[in-house]
Design a protein around this ligand. Structure first.
Ligand code: ATP
Ligand code: MG
Length: 324
């Protein structure tokens, strides 16, 4: 199941996502971490080393992989929201997935994939949604099960609702500081997010005493509030070079993660609603912009028979036959 960390700029999304990734990795054999922020800081927050490939730079290569053996599209291009066909290539959220192995950066039992940032040629003429469409294509072809854990750090604010990534996550976690502005980013999101708001919860961050957590809960309610992370001196010490202080900070953070972990593990994805939403978004994308842009009707010929359940049951049968 997939969870995204959202919130106001500087609220602590990356710090909290990295903490939860590490926490989940202590309880689960494998975690797929996703850096979906233009300011890609998740790698350093995880203390991971090595080069992280930028998915945003490999859109053509990625879509050519996802296309697999499908013939329904003919020569027509794949965009970020193109629904799969039964003959597409799919991706698992497992460490031995060829796709994850190729694009991910391994760090213990965590693998990080990174959307990446702007290049010089993007200056003055590009928007981050152009980069995020690689991740959208990946998620819409990812057959992760309720036994998989995928955790994403995202861009600041409510921007997430404007792309198909808004429905790609099973849970959204708002990281909220005890300030009016921070709480308002959450209430603004709930106002526009429609039924996605039903799967959105809150973690209080930089909490200095009960009054701070009560301040947030007064507005957001108690049911959605999963836990508090203290305003930590240890994190500052770590950022000033005291490496041991990170373990102390994790101990402070981890107390807030048990409820979130259980909630994530209890999610079940409704693949049919997911596909329905994806098809509507694709239709909208084609009508609004992409068919004109490419000069072809991108909706023509699309495999309408496809369902995620059909691929999943095909995979299950193959596993049974192979005795796995
Ligand atoms: N619990 C905490 N206690 C003390 N400082 C914290 C805590 N959480 C985060 N910070 C600090 O707050 C700052 C912002 O954190 P972080 O980069 O995680 O926020 P962000 O929401 O990801 O920011 P951006 O919107 O720029 O991506 C950092 O300096 C971080 O060290
Ligand atoms: Mg961040």
């Amino acid at each position: 199941m997939r969870v995204a960390f959202l919130g106001k700029g500087g609220a602590g999304k990356t710090t909290t996502a990295a903490g939860f990734i590490k926490y989940a990795a202590t309880r689960h054999p494998f975690v797929l971490a996703v850096d979906a922020d233009v300011n890609a800081h998740l790698k350093s927050a995880l203390n991971a080393e090595g080069e992280a490939k930028q998915l945003g730079l490999h859109f053509d290569e990625i879509t050519s992989y996802l296309r697999g053996q499908r013939t329904d599209l003919g020569e027509r291009p794949i965009i970020g929201t193109t629904p799969p066909s039964l003959k597409s290539n799919f991706i698992t959220a497992k460490p031995d997935s060829p796709f994850i192995e190729k694009y991910g950066l391994k760090h213990g039992n965590i693998t990080l994939i990174t959307v990446g940032t702007y290049q010089e040629e993007d200056v003055g003429g590009s928007c981050y949604h152009e980069k995020l469409k690689s991740l959208a294509g990946i998620f819409h072809h990812m057959l992760d099960t309720d036994d998989d854990i995928v955790i994403a750090d995202t861009t600041a604010g409510t921007d997430n609702v404007a792309t198909s990534l808004s429905f790609a996550y099973d849970l959204n976690i708002f990281v909220v500081e005890p300030t009016e502005k921070s709480v308002k980013v959450f209430t603004d999101y709930v106002e526009i997010a429609g039924n996605i708001a039903n799967k959105t919860y809150i973690i209080g961050n930089k909490i200095d005493g009960d009054e701070d957590s009560e301040f947030i809960q007064q507005t957001v309610g108690k049911d959605r509030y999963l836990g508090s992370i203290p305003l930590s001196q240890n994190l500052k010490k770590f950022e000033q070079g005291e490496l041991d202080a990170l373990t102390c900070f994790h101990n402070e953070q981890f107390g807030a993660f048990a409820r979130l972990y259980d909630l994530l593990r209890s999610q079940k994805r409704d693949w049919n609603s997911y596909l329905d939403r994806l098809r509507k978004t694709y239709k909208w994308d084609c009508e609004r912009w992409y068919s004109d842009f490419y000069g072809v009707n991108l909706q023509e010929g699309l495999d309408e028979e496809f369902t995620y359940d059909a691929v999943l049951s095909k995979w299950a049968k193959q596993k049974t036959l192979a005795g796995v």
